[in-house]
Design a protein around this ligand. Structure first.
Ligand code: ADP
Length: 297
């Protein structure tokens, strides 16, 4: 299975260009779409699930243009939107049963089996009789992924699923997604949280202000930041100057000054030791070089 996004542009009424000639190929496994708020991630997700039309360009799923095969595509896709909410007062199992009916599962027995199976796999079976809107934030998100998965989709799209979750719930949610990633499905995870990508995705893209600035593996992105991450001990005066020049990503008091880590080109007036980069460093490096245009696979 393959999704090809070709020259995709979305201009909103009023003239704002949220996506600008995006080209991207996505195959099975976990694909992470990383970018700051406003990058255009939700816009891209909404186009992929056929809830919105692009201004120009096309999206092909196994060679089929999604706009021309909307019904078929919707059957293949499970979607957890960013602003997922419960509109009805239903118990957790009733909510999933409702989602299963909406997805076209007409047999009551088949639905009951699938609902129990999903409640088990997202760890909510013991909460099946609790009202869905009375679940904790993390549980709601897990119920959200269960409704997205109920009809065995081959493409799963989750938009900012870990925002607002505490660290424990975030790890639990990531593990749930990586378990799914082992199957033959495509899972697209959109996020502005670097940790969501580093712990789960084998492929990723970086989106900023509607443009794709990187496509490839997380490891490759990290390697591109090598030679651009530094540790240094600086005086308060040096610190004041340096913070105008490069992004400082950590600051620990040391002696009369600071032990710092920064990203970018090392200024001549500072002594510094190069550090092994991680994905967080690479993200800061690329975002700081917004004008640089990379497309590596
Ligand atoms: P992200 O999901 O990466 O935060 P979005 O796709 O939600 O980004 O938004 C990208 C840009 O498009 C933002 O600047 C946002 O304000 C703008 N935008 C989103 N929806 C609309 C809309 N319906 N009308 C006009 N502008 C919009």
């Amino acid at each position: 299975m393959q999704i090809e996004i070709k020259n995709l542009t979305k201009t909103y009424p009023g003239g704002f260009k949220a996506l600008d000639e995006v080209n991207l190929t996505i195959t099975h496994g976990m694909f992470g779409l990383l970018g700051p708020n406003g990058a255009g991630k939700s816009t891209l997700m909404r186009i992929l699930v056929t809830l919105m039309q692009a201004t120009s360009g096309e999206v092909l799923v196994d060679g089929k243009e999604i706009g021309k095969h909307r019904k078929e595509i919707r059957k293949m896709v499970g979607y957890l939107p960013q602003d997922f909410r419960f509109f009805a007062k239903l118990k957790s199992w009733e909510f999933l049963d409702y989602a299963a009916r909406l997805a076209g599962m007409s047999s009551r027995r088949e639905r009951a089996e699938r609902v129990d199976e999903m409640l088990e796999s997202v760890g909510l079976f013991e909460f099946r009789n609790r009202m869905a809107n009375k679940l904790s934030g993390g549980m709601k998100r897990r119920l959200g992924i269960a409704q997205a998965l109920i009809a065995h989709p081959s493409i799963i799209i989750v938009d900012e699923p870990t925002t607002g979750l505490d660290p424990e719930e975030r790890i639990r949610f990531r593990n749930l997604l990586s378990d799914l990633g082992r199957s033959e499905t495509i899972i697209i995870l959109s996020t502005h949280i670097v940790g969501d990508i580093s712990s789960t995705c084998n492929q990723m893209a970086l989106l900023n202000e509607g443009s794709l600035i990187y496509q490839g593996t997380p490891d490759n992105l990290v390697e591109l930041a090598r030679g651009h991450v530094w540790r240094s001990e600086v005086t308060p005066v040096q610190y004041e100057q340096l913070k105008e020049e490069v992004p400082i990503i950590s600051t620990i008091p040391s002696g009369g000054g600071w032990e710092i880590q920064f990203v970018g080109d090392k200024p001549d007036h500072i002594d510094a030791i190069p550090l092994d980069p991680n994905l967080e460093h690479a993200y800061v490096h690329f975002m700081d070089n917004k004008l640089a245009h990379w497309n590596l696979s």
